[in-house]
Design a protein around this ligand. Structure first.
Ligand code: PEP
Ligand code: MG
Length: 325
């Protein structure tokens, strides 16, 4: 089965009725990138840079980061590489950087909140990304955004770093696109405002589901309450996509939901054509695309957006999948 799937690595991802999608990969390391490329990923939709910071004794230097970002951009070539700035806190810790003891780490000192508080550390990463941007098709993305102010502040820091590079004659891509993750319900509710501040959105369903349903994504005891197809989540996804489309900016999905082949009808209905998923999911989702008729899938998705019960959409999408095997 795996070998049969691997034959699809070079096949173009489109439905039976020729709706094309770009399947990119989420990666945390160069090793994972190699796997993604082997399976035909059209770029990197989410580079989780925190793993560059983990399992070591001190923060990675600008040079160390630059080398990794450059290598990834060069390996990927013409396709985009979306580099997400540091997303620690929550469940991810660094041995050399003391995070406070918190009652609710996922609601606490995390991601962009840390970066805006530790500006020198943040600037080091931004410099490394900017410098690497001349070596490929790099985009930058900020995680855990929940307000306009955070975006503006992060962009202001970016402008400072750019000005400094400019002054020293260090090259970078002046048109580097800047986007944000939509993974906090507040960001969904102001997605129309946020869309005016950035070049693209990427929907992080892992955290979005956790925050929308108030269900800790790490807590096994309540794992049965973690429902990516909950009507509230589907509405949030739709709202985000519609806000991006109205503003004319790009929108992709990079949470685990994108790698669940049952979700495909949702993206076809919403007009989302960029998905990013773990390397292991790429061929499975592509296989599903090749065996799906978009016009039929859209009808199923339309019903999903009308469902009121928690498990209804998941059931219908599973049935649709089984019918098309
Ligand atoms: C997400 O929250 O959906 C996401 C893609 O980011 P992470 O899983 O790294 O939090
Ligand atoms: Mg997240």
């Amino acid at each position: 089965k795996r070998e049969q799937l691997e034959l699809l690595s070079t096949v173009v991802a489109m439905t039976r009725d020729r709706v094309r999608m770009r399947l990119a990969s989420n990666i945390s390391s160069v090793k994972e990138l190699d796997m993604a490329l082997k399976y035909g990923a059209e770029g990197v939709g989410l580079f989780r840079t925190e793993f560059l910071y983990m399992d070591r004794k001190a923060f990675p230097t600008e040079e160390e980061q630059y080398e990794v970002y450059k290598l990834v951009a060069e390996k990927v070539g013409e396709h985009p590489v979306v580099i997400r700035t540091l997303d620690i806190g929550g469940d991810k810790h660094l041995d050399y950087f003391q995070l406070p003891e918190e009652q609710n780490p996922f609601l606490g000192y995390r991601a962009i909140r840390i970066c805006l508080d530790q500006k020198e550390m943040f600037k080091t990463q931004l410099r490394a990304i900017l410098r690497a941007s001349v070596h490929g098709n790099i985009k930058m993305m900020f995680p855990m955004i929940s307000s306009i102010e955070e975006v503006r502040e992060a962009k202001a820091v970016l402008e400072e770093v750019k000005a400094d590079l400019e002054q020293h004659g260090i090259p970078y891509d002046r048109g580097l696109p800047v986007g944000i993750m939509i993974e906090v319900p507040a960001a969904v509710m102001i997605a129309d405002f946020l869309a005016e501040e950035v070049d693209f959105f990427s929907i992080g369903t892992n955290d979005l589901v956790q925050y929308a349903l108030a269900v800790d994504r790490m807590n096994e005891q309540i794992a049965h309450l973690y429902h990516p197809y909950h009507p509230a989540v589907l509405r949030m996804i739709r709202m985000t996509v519609e806000s991006a489309q109205a503003a004319g900016i790009g929108v992709s999905v990079c949470g685990e939901l994108a790698g669940d082949e049952r979700s495909l009808p949702l993206w076809l209905e919403l007009g989302v054509s960029d998905l990013s998923m773990s390397p292991q999911s790429l061929l499975k989702v592509k296989h599903r695309m090749l065996n799906t008729t978009a016009s039929e899938a859209r009808e199923v998705a339309k019903q999903c957006f009308r469902n009121r019960e928690i498990t209804e959409s998941e059931k219908q999408l599973t049935q649709f999948l089984d019918r098309n095997i």
